[in-house]
Design a protein around this ligand. Structure first.
Ligand code: NAI
Ligand code: 13P
Length: 310
């Protein structure tokens, strides 16, 4: 494996994912500084002289933190990496779009893949994707994080990579419902496959490439989160199918389930742009308490019959 120079990395967000990424980088011998809004270190001290600033902040905090970083002195060479999987409600912007607008002269790299942090913290093997319009920046991040237990691929479609990780969260909620209702393996296979079709449809509309959704950050992450109780989004769906309220589930969930907000943003976009997203619509209606899990299933199954590729 190629050797990379020791790099100073500032990781913003010390939640489950920020902590796991910090450990991966530290295990590769890099200087890692972790910032969280609850910590004692200032943002300025953490990002100062950092060659990489990586954000693993929940979607709701991205814009605020990006604007706070704008007032910190940075090296002109600093590469931003975003590992957040969400969409901003007011603007539908992705995290990359927010970071790139805040730092137009710096490269921004997306890091996304089937990466359940609890498994990564146990040193289980995993793979991920880093994508950027600036290939050398993606390559640098690839070298920094690659290890015998974390295989990092580059990809030239940052929007597709980012949307794969973001859109699959809604499908993970649906998959949790499917398992909570004990609908079986056939139902799950149908749901995940049609879910991927829906992800490609909205992803293409937003400008992402189809093939990216068939890679690690799309299909890969869909398989991981739709099949694992470690996924918080899956847990939301599973527990709703078991009769719990969304408020109660979110109050007891360890960490962030971005799919809940992403689903609202997607529904708004689908309605405005007339994009057909039947699974997302039923997840939305379930989260709004407009339908029960069983009614959501019936609505999906009783739609007009049609050819597969439409
Ligand atoms: N946990 C996982 O397995 C993975 C998570 N992700 C994504 O990474 C992001 C973070 O996820 P987790 O670390 O799991 O969530 P978490 O809930 O454990 O941590 C979220 C972090 O964001 C910070 N934060 C939230 N709002 C903020 C605000 N307004 N200002 C400043 N900081 C704020 C919190 O203090 C915390 O440090 C999410 O978008 C998630 O989808 C991506 C891949 C894997
Ligand atoms: O994105 C993830 C794994 O790739 C984490 O999924 P959850 O946010 O649903 O826990």
């Amino acid at each position: 494996m190629k050797v990379v120079q020791e790099t100073t990395i500032a990781i913003l967000g010390a939640g489950a994912w920020g902590a796991a990424l910090a450990n991966l980088a530290a295990a590769n011998g890099h200087r890692v500084r972790l910032w969280s809004r609850q910590g004692t270190e200032t943002l300025q001290a953490v990002v100062q002289d950092a060659q990489i600033v990586l954000s693993a902040i929940s979607m709701k905090g991205v814009r605020t933190v990006a604007s706070q970083v704008q007032s910190c002195p940075l090296s002109p060479e600093t590469i931003f990496v975003t590992a957040t999987k969400g969409l901003e409600p007011q603007t539908t912007a992705t995290p990359t779009q927010i970071w790139q607008a805040a730092f137009p002269n710096h490269p921004v790299v997306v890091l996304s893949g089937p990466n359940l942090s609890a498994e990564i913290q146990k040193s289980l093997p995993a793979a991920t994707v880093v994508a950027s319009n600036i290939y050398t920046a993606a390559q640098k991040v690839q070298l920094v994080f690659s290890s015998p237990r974390f295989r990092v691929y580059t990809n030239p479609d940052p929007l597709g990579v980012e949307l794969g990780g973001t859109l699959k969260n809604v499908m993970a909620i649906a998959a949790g419902v499917c398992d909570g209702l004990q609908l079986g393996t056939n139902a799950k296979a149908a749901l995940v496959t049609r879910g991927l079709t829906e992800m490609v449809r909205i992803g293409n509309f937003l400008g992402a490439k189809t093939e990216t959704f068939y890679g690690l950050s799309g299909l890969g992450d869909l398989l991981a989160t739709c099949n694992s109780p470690l996924s918080r989004n899956y847990q939301v769906g599973y527990q709703m199918a078991c009769g719990k309220t969304l408020t109660n589930i979110l109050a007891n969930l360890p960490g962030t389930a971005e799919g809940v907000n992403t689903c609202q943003v997607l529904m708004q976009l689908a309605q405005q742009q007339n994009i057909y997203m039947p699974i997302t619509e039923q997840v939305y209606r379930l989260l709004q308490s407009e339908v029960t899990p069983q009614q959501a299933l019936d609505e999906l199954m009783l739609r007009n019959i049609k050819p597969e590729y439409h």
